[in-house]
Design a protein around this ligand. Structure first.
Ligand code: TYD
Ligand code: MG
Length: 454
């Protein structure tokens, strides 16, 4: 083997190293480095550049918002920044079975209704028959949609160059192979090589490219995340596969904000956009039982009401009571439990604590701390948290409740859906316009104060 021919790449984070290491120094994953072929730097050296430079003032003068292609799913379009940009490359990641193929088929159908060109769907995972059955189930016509069951990236590019397309969808990037490489489909080297060829083709032809990629259950990301740097947009479809709600987030967007989120619901007839997610997400709240608190979170620019549930029970393992978190970080739960245990009168010593955010929504905002703590307290005390009350605020280590951003927007959303009381940090001062809204603010200093007041 010629010197410098081999390198090693971490399957978890994509970091490259010249020698094999047992543990990736970047992401700390063990045994994740695999052999890849190293590109020779010399190939890119040119004796003269064919690229010109541009005066920034001239670029500014001619800069216009990019052309967007719409596909009739306004919520998804919003996450993309207002539709699909010509020549853009998008990676859609999510766990297997979460609904990526279904979403891409809806997208293909929407585009096919609104555009003249052909929509090309490269099917590496399912046969055309299977896709047909799914299409029938979700009621799509796909007039301009063509399914191409091929996994060899060179054959795909050959085919793409034969005709004009208006969009190309790859489902999934892990199934494609570059015949020039020895490694198996799905390996980091294959994913990189195939994606790189397709992305170059997309940039030259200005045809938008969508690629799906599976993430592993543990969230320790296998292949597709190595592409994050190469694509323009990364979307993640999230949720609890056994529940019906899915959230679609932008993780990266060169043409828009990454804060936007859409809520979709998996039904019998495919994925349907949820237009009033707050109302849907809290619609099945149990009444008169302890352990449930509604929390107003902010997703991008929009407030969203979510129900946080908790169950506190005597542990079967007295050495180490369990903490189980669905929809929030486990570390966050451990921290909130520790604050409750130390700074309030709620007795959770020797208790297992489970927290779940209903609907498969993930909550990462500290503004949800108070609501989570109150859900735990409500269950531990076996005392119902009133259904018409909500809570917002950040929890400090000494048990103090701190102000969060956008409290007014959150309260307005609560009022819209008929909430009568909301527990807020004492330091929060409502503006005049908020004073006109018919909702009672219950101001609290610390967690014990909040527990006493519900
Ligand atoms: P799929 O799009 O195949 O997921 P992915 O491509 O991310 O692996 O979705 C698979 C699941 O979605 C499957 O378990 C069944 C469910 N589903 C519905 O509930 N309704 C539908 O209309 C469709 C097409 C799928
Ligand atoms: Mg799929």
């Amino acid at each position: 083997m010629a010197k410098g021919k081999l390198a090693y790449s971490c399957t978890a984070c994509g970091n490259e190293s010249n020698s094999w290491l047992g543990r990736c120094p970047i992401c700390d994953a063990w045994g994740s480095l695999v052999e890849i072929e190293k590109h020779s730097g010399a190939q890119t050296l040119k004796d003269k550049s064919s690229v010109q430079s541009y005066k920034f003032s001239e670029i500014l003068g001619s800069a216009e918002a990019p052309d967007r292609i719409l596909f009739g799913m306004p919520e998804t379009e919003r996450v993309l920044g207002g539709g699909v940009v010509k020549g853009s490359t998008t990676l859609l990641v999510g766990e297997p079975g979460i609904g990526k193929s279904t979403l891409l088929l809806h997208l293909a159908d929407g585009l096919s209704d609104r555009n003249d060109g052909r929509i090309y769907y490269i099917a590496g995972e399912e046969s055309p028959d299977q896709i047909g059955i799914r299409g029938k189930r979700i009621g799509i016509e796909g007039k301009r949609l063509e399914i191409f069951p091929e996994t060899d990236v060179d054959s795909i590019l050959f085919e793409l160059n034969q005709h004009e397309q208006s969009i190309v969808i790859i489902d999934s990037i892990q199934t494609l192979v570059d015949p020039g490489l020895d490694s198996v489909a799905g390996s980091v080297a294959q994913i990189r090589a195939c994606a790189s060829k397709l992305i170059t083709w997309s940039k030259i032809s200005q045809v938008p490219l969508f690629m799906s990629g599976h993430l592993t259950k543990e969230g320790s990301v296998a292949g597709p995340k190595v592409l994050e740097h190469s694509v323009d947009v990364v979307l993640q479809l999230d949720g609890n596969a056994s529940g019906s709600f899915r959230s679609l987030h932008g993780l990266k967007n060169r043409f828009g904000s990454t804060n936007e989120m859409a809520v979709l619901e998996m039904r019998e007839n495919g994925l349907v956009e949820v237009l009033d997610p707050s109302s849907d997400l809290i619609s099945e709240r149990p009444e008169g039982v302890p352990g449930s608190v509604v929390v107003p979170i902010i997703e991008g620019t929009r407030p969203l009401l979510v129900e946080v549930q908790s169950l506190v029970s005597q542990t079967g393992n007295s050495f180490e009571p369990r903490r189980t978190a669905n929809g929030i970080e486990l570390n966050r739960l451990v921290l909130i439990s520790a604050v409750l245990s130390k700074q309030s009168s709620v007795d959770i010593i020797g208790k297992d604590i489970i927290v779940n955010v209903v609907g498969g929504i993930r909550v990462s905002e500290p503004a949800a701390d108070l609501g989570i703590a109150l859900a735990i307290a409500s269950s531990a005390l076996d005392k119902e948290f009133p259904a018409s009350t909500a809570a917002v605020g950040e929890l400090g280590l000494t048990g103090e409740i701190r102000k969060s951003i956008y409290i007014e927007r959150r309260i307005t959303e609560l009022a819209r859906l008929g909430f009568q009381r909301v527990i807020v940090p004492k330091s929060f001062v409502p503006s005049d316009s908020l004073n006109e809204i018919d909702i009672n603010l219950i101001k609290v200093n610390n967690i014990e104060d909040a527990i006493k007041k519900f």
